[in-house]
Design a protein around this ligand. Structure first.
Ligand SMILES: Nc1nc2c(ncn2[C@@H]2O[C@H](COP(=O)(O)OP(=O)(O)OP(=O)(O)O)[C@@H](O)[C@H]2O)c(=O)[nH]1
Ligand SMILES: [Mg+2]
Length: 469
C-alpha cells in the first residue's frame, strides 16, 4: 500500500448484506467538491462546506433515471476521523444501491479505498497513534466481550499514555547523557551516574510490570473451556441447555444420547466461556461409544474447568458407580479446576438433607441443582464465574492491557535496550555507547505509538482491516 493521502478515496463502510442503513465514506481534498457535483440538497439545507460538521437531506442521481434519497454528513478536516475533509452518505442499506452510489463517486474521480485506508489516514494525520489505530482493527475483529473490552481500552489510549510517559522519561535521560558528551571538555555534571542508575532501573521496573501484567491478543482469542462430564444420563445435556437458555443438545432417557462434543459460548457476567457438553462416561457398549469417550477424555484433559455432573437422586449402587468413574478419570486426566454438580435434586424425597460427596477433591465446591426445574442455576453460574476468575482470558478483562505481537516485541526490545544501558552505566562504559543504547530504546518504544515505523510494518497492520474502515 502506498501512503498517498493527496487523492480522494471512497468505500462502502457499512457491513456487507442488507441492513437498515448503509454508509458510503469519502475522504480527501476533493470530498466536498465531488459531493457538490452529484448531490441535490433539499431547499432547507444549510451549506455543507461549514467549519464544523453538518448534515443535509437530499438526493443523488446514481444513474439514468435512478435517484437515491440520502442523508449527507460533511466533516471538514482537520477535526474529522481521518483528519481530512470527509463525507458520509447514509442510505437504506441495500447492497445494490450502495454499489451504484460507489460507482457514481468513482466516476467523479474518487479512488476505491484499500483495506484500513481511512484509519491509516487517521494515523498519518496524527488523529490516532499506531496503537490506537490497531485498536480500531481489533474492535472490528473482536469476537468476544473480553476482546472487545481490551480493544476499547487500547482505543482509549491506555498503551499510548503509558508509552508516552516512558518515552518522555527516556528522552530526558538521553538528553542528559548527550549533553554530557557535548560538553565533556567542561567540568559540568548534568546528572550523577547514581541518579541515572536509579532512573533507568525505575524504567526497567515499569516496563517489566507492563509486560508481566499484559496478555497477548491470541490469549484473549482462547475463551476458557468449561466441560460438562459425568456418567450417562446424569443430566449433562439438560443442564447445558438450561445454562445456555437454548435447546442445543438432545436430551433423552436413553443412556448414551450425546455422542459428539457440543460446544456453545456461554455468557457470564465476568466474560465469556465455551461450554462443552460431552458423551457420558461408563461402560463402552460399541465402537462409537468408545470413540465418544475418548473425545470426552481429550477435552477434559485440556479444559480450564470441569463440571462433574452426577445424579443425586440415583440409588446407592449407581452413585458408587459414578464415583468410581470420577476417581478413574481424575487419576488419569487431572483437571485444572473442578466443581461437583449434584443434579436432579427435584427428585430427592428430602431436598434439604445435606448431600454427601466424596472424594473431596481439591476442596472443590458442590452445587446442588435441578437442571429440569432450573433450581440453583444462578448459584452454579456464580461458582463458575468465581473459579474462572483466575483464568488469564477472563481476568484480562478487568486489568491488563492486551498487546499485539508487534507491540509486545517492541516493548521487549525497548526493555532489553534499557537494561543494556543500565549495565553499560554500571560498567562505567563510555557515554557514547550509553547514548547509542538509549537511542535504540527510544526507537523501539517509539515504534509502539508509531513515531518510527517503516512502511512495511504499516502495510501489515492496515491490511488486516476491511475496506471502508
Ligand atoms: N427429574 C429430573 N430429571 C432430569 C434432570 N436433568 C435431566 N433429567 C432427565 O434425565 C434424563 C437424561 O438427561 P440428559 O440431559 O439426556 O442426560 P445426559 O447426561 O446428557 O445423558 P447422555 O448424553 O446419555 O450421557 C432425561 O430424561 C432428562 O429429562 C433434573 O434435574 N431432574
Ligand atoms: Mg447428553
Amino acid at each position: 500500500m502506498l501512503y498517498d493521502t493527496e487523492d480522494t478515496i471512497v468505500a462502502v463502510s457499512s457491513a456487507p448484506g442488507s441492513s437498515a442503513r448503509g454508509i458510503l465514506r469519502i475522504s480527501g481534498p476533493e470530498s466536498l467538491q465531488s459531493l457538490d457535483r452529484v448531490f441535490h440538497p433539499q431547499l432547507s439545507c444549510d451549506s455543507l462546506a461549514t467549519a464544523s460538521w453538518s448534515r443535509c437531506f437530499g438526493c443523488v442521481d446514481v444513474s439514468e433515471g435512478i435517484t437515491v434519497a440520502v442523508k449527507a454528513y460533511s466533516f471538514p478536516g482537520p477535526r474529522s476521523y481521518t483528519g481530512q475533509d470527509m463525507v458520509e452518505l447514509h442510505v437504506p442499506g441495500s447492497a445494490a444501491l450502495l454499489q451504484m452510489l460507489l460507482q457514481r463517486f468513482l466516476a467523479e474521480g474518487c479512488r476505491l479505498a484499500d483495506p484500513g485506508e481511512f484509519t491509516a489516514r487517521a494515523f498519518l494525520s496524527g488523529r490516532l497513534d499506531l496503537s490506537e489505530a490497531e485498536a480500531v482493527g481489533e474492535v472490528i475483529a473482536a469476537q468476544s466481550d473480553a476482546q472487545l473490552r481490551a480493544a476499547q481500552r487500547l482505543l482509549d489510549g491506555d498503551l499510548h499514555r503509558f508509552c508516552g510517559e516512558i518515552l518522555s522519561r527516556l528522552t530526558d535521560i538521553t538528553a542528559l547523557v548527550e549533553a554530557h558528551i557535548d560538553f565533556s571538555q567542561e567540568e559540568i555534571e548534568f546528572a550523577s551516574p547514581e541518579q541515572l542508575q536509579t532512573e533507568l532501573s525505575d524504567l526497567e521496573t515499569s516496563l517489566a510490570t507492563l509486560l508481566r501484567d499484559s496478555v497477548a491478543w491470541e490469549q484473549l482469542e482462547h475463551l476458557p473451556h468449561v466441560v460438562l462430564a459425568g456418567a450417562a444420563n446424569a443430566g449433562k445435556s439438560t443442564l447445558a441447555n438450561a445454562l445456555l437458555g437454548i435447546d442445543r443438545s438432545v436430551v433423552s432417557q436413553i443412556a448414551g444420547t450425546t455422542r459428539d462434543i457440543l460446544t456453545a459460548p456461554l455468557q457470564l457476567t465476568t466474560g465469556e466461556c465455551l461450554l462443552m457438553d460431552t458423551a457420558g462416561l461408563g461402560a463402552v457398549e460399541d465402537i462409537l461409544a468408545g470413540q465418544s469417550q475418548m473425545l470426552t477424555q481429550n477435552v477434559i484433559a485440556a479444559c480450564d474447568l470441569l463440571l462433574w455432573v452426577f445424579d443425586a437422586s440415583a440409588d446407592q449402587s449407581q452413585q458408587q458407580h459414578e464415583q468410581t468413574l470420577l476417581q478413574q478419570l481424575i487419576a488419569q486426566f487431572p483437571p485444572r479446576e473442578i466443581i461437583f454438580v449434584a443434579n436432579k435434586i427435584d427428585q430427592l424425597p428430602n431436598p434439604d438433607e445435606p448431600l454427601i460427596v466424596s472424594p473431596n477433591y481439591q476442596q472443590a465446591a458442590v452445587i446442588a441443582v435441578s437442571a429440569l426445574t432450573r433450581q440453583n442455576l444462578p448459584q452454579l453460574l456464580g461458582a463458575i464465574e468465581d473459579t474462572l476468575h483466575n483464568c488469564p482470558q477472563v481476568s484480562a478483562d478487568q486489568q491488563g492491557i492486551a498487546l499485539t505481537a508487534r507491540q509486545r516485541h517492541a516493548l521487549q526490545a525497548g526493555a532489553a535496550a534499557v537494561t543494556q544501558a543500565r549495565q553499560l552505566l554500571a560498567d562505567q562504559e563510555s557515554p557514547e555507547l550509553l547514548a547509542l543504547e538509549l537511542r535504540t530504546a527510544l526507537d523501539e518504544l517509539g515504534a509502539i505509538s508509531g513515531q518510527v515505523v517503516p512502511d512495511d510494518v504499516l502495510d501489515r497492520i492496515f491490511s488486516r482491516f476491511c475496506v471502508g474502515k
